[in-house]
Design a protein around this ligand. Structure first.
Ligand SMILES: [Zn+2]
Length: 111
């Protein structure tokens, strides 16, 4: 990976990490239990349960992506071969690396 590609990935990963770090506490706030004597009707209570499970799924996705991005950034700085497929040695396309920062394979070898 050349310097401008590194710069590109680093910038992207850092922006993503920033926005995930802002998003995670927002999701955690949504997951705070609502006390039962809160005067909300049965329907809105059910709404609330649905929203909570959506928020819970989103929260775990966000946490996983955050960890993967942080690991990828570390590899970018420490591993000469970052961005190269560990199987065939071809460069992994930037769009693929951004979408799946944990990937070690190019599209062909991943199949
Ligand atoms: Zn490959």
């Amino acid at each position: 990976m050349n310097d401008s590609q590194k710069q590109d990935f680093r910038g992207y990963a850092n922006r993503e990490i920033e926005s995930l770090k802002a998003e995670i506490p927002r999701l955690q706030a949504l997951l705070k239990p609502v006390s039962p004597d809160n005067a909300i009707g049965r329907l809105s209570r059910m709404d609330n349960i649905v929203n909570q499970s959506v928020a819970e799924a989103q929260l775990s996705k966000s946490r996983i992506r955050l960890i993967r991005l942080e690991k990828a950034l570390k590899r970018l700085e420490s591993d000469e071969d970052f961005g190269l497929c560990v199987d065939c040695g071809d460069p992994i396309p930037m769009a693929r690396l951004k979408a799946m920062p944990e990937t070690l394979f190019c599209v062909d070898c991943a199949e």
